[in-house]
Design a binder for this molecule. Structure first.
Ligand code: ZN
Length: 347
């Protein structure tokens, strides 16, 4: 039975940390908070990674840091929670344990089931230690460049994301994700480092984590200016749970939707009005739903269904297009941000 308590480990020595990320996870024995005292122990910051067991870039970066033993500038709270999902064979392939809820949808009441209990404990530990900010490091399941996601648009959130990347999505969709606990006095940013099998994503996590660990200030924009690409208020294209999905280069007659393999190439590329996206089966567009901050809605305005095909209805950036059928059906197939909400920040 996987653990439902967060273990606390303080100041592990480099020699005590196992050589590989996999052995390190076995050492952790369940959801863990690692606390490393900083040069200034009077301040602290928080970091979370591996909320999803198939997203290892942040975990690898944390493991490398702990093996190296570099002291952070302020005390660091490092949450590594979905250890059992990550270790479920094959390694780093399960977002959550089969039959369990996605823990990054559990950071709001009711705190039910094992992931809910663990999420509630994390929130209790944040109340107890009162870190000045939190970064939650993820990977995407399809090919994506790195980007940040925040719920508040202000310089502190932008500065946190800029430690890792210059692409930023501002969302008001409420899902129960950890970043939704963000408040002006406690900024939280999600970092999507890139694809979960991409060495570029691993490197980006290492470099961003290093800045987060070493900089004295992480909530102020750099004085020499900053260029950021901002995308506002994306919508999610979600599928009914019983949708039969296929990934193929021609329509699958057995499937409700067939997603061409090249769809994920559009990640952060612009799709213009009329761009073909995917094929619809005999149920037409009925398995598809749009999810926005105001709830579930019609596809109209974002997507056009013509015959047995789905097209973009306006110019948009697509992101988090997944090639994983389980994630497509249980979470969402893709996010779309209208280009009308795109702004370039130059400060
Ligand atoms: Zn994730």
């Amino acid at each position: 039975m996987p653990h439902d308590r967060i273990n606390i480990v303080r100041n592990p020595t480099p020699a005590s940390v196992a050589k590989t990320p996999q052995d390190f996870l076995c050492q952790l024995d369940g959801p863990t908070l690692i606390i490393v005292e900083g040069r200034d122990p009077g301040r602290c910051r928080a970091l979370s990674t591996l909320l999803h067991g198939n997203e290892p870039s942040g975990l690898k970066a944390v493991h490398g840091w702990l093996r190296n033993g570099e002291r952070p500038s302020v005390t660091m709270l490092c949450f590594i929670l979905s250890v059992s999902s990550a270790l479920e064979p094959p390694l780093f392939s399960h977002r959550q344990l089969p039959g369990e809820r996605d823990i990054n949808r559990c950071f709001r009441p009711p705190f039910e089931g094992r992931p809910g209990l663990i999420a509630e404990q994390l929130l209790g530990l944040l109340d107890e230690y009162r870190p000045e900010c939190l970064i939650d490091i993820h990977n995407t399941s399809g090919m994506n460049p790195a980007f940040g996601v925040v719920t508040h648009e202000d310089p502190a959130h932008e500065a946190l994301v800029a430690l890792f990347t210059r692409r930023l999505i501002i969302t008001d969709i409420k899902l129960g994700a950890l970043m939704e606990t963000s408040r002006p006095e406690f900024p939280v940013a999600t970092i999507e480092c890139g694809g979960n099998r991409d060495p570029v994503a691993d490197r980006l996590a290492v470099e961003g984590l290093w800045r987060y660990l070493q900089q004295d200030q992480v909530l102020q924009l750099p004085p020499d200016g900053l260029h950021m690409d901002l995308y506002h208020h994306p919508v999610r294209l979600v599928l009914a749970p019983d949708t039969k999905i296929a990934f193929a280069d021609e329509p699958d007659p057995e499937a409700d939707i067939t997603v061409p393999r090249q769809l994920e190439r559009y990640n952060f590329g612009l799709v213009t009005r009329g761009t073909f996206l995917l094929w619809l089966g005999p149920r037409g567009h009925s398995p598809l739903r749009l999810q926005s901050a105001s709830g579930a809605g019609e596809l109209t305005g974002y997507f056009d269904c013509i015959g047995h095909s789905l097209y973009a209805a306006q110019t948009m950036k697509l992101f988090m297009v997944t090639d994983n059928p389980v994630i497509a059906c249980s979470d969402c197939l893709l996010y779309a941000a209208p280009e009308t909400g795109h702004r370039v920040l130059d400060v």
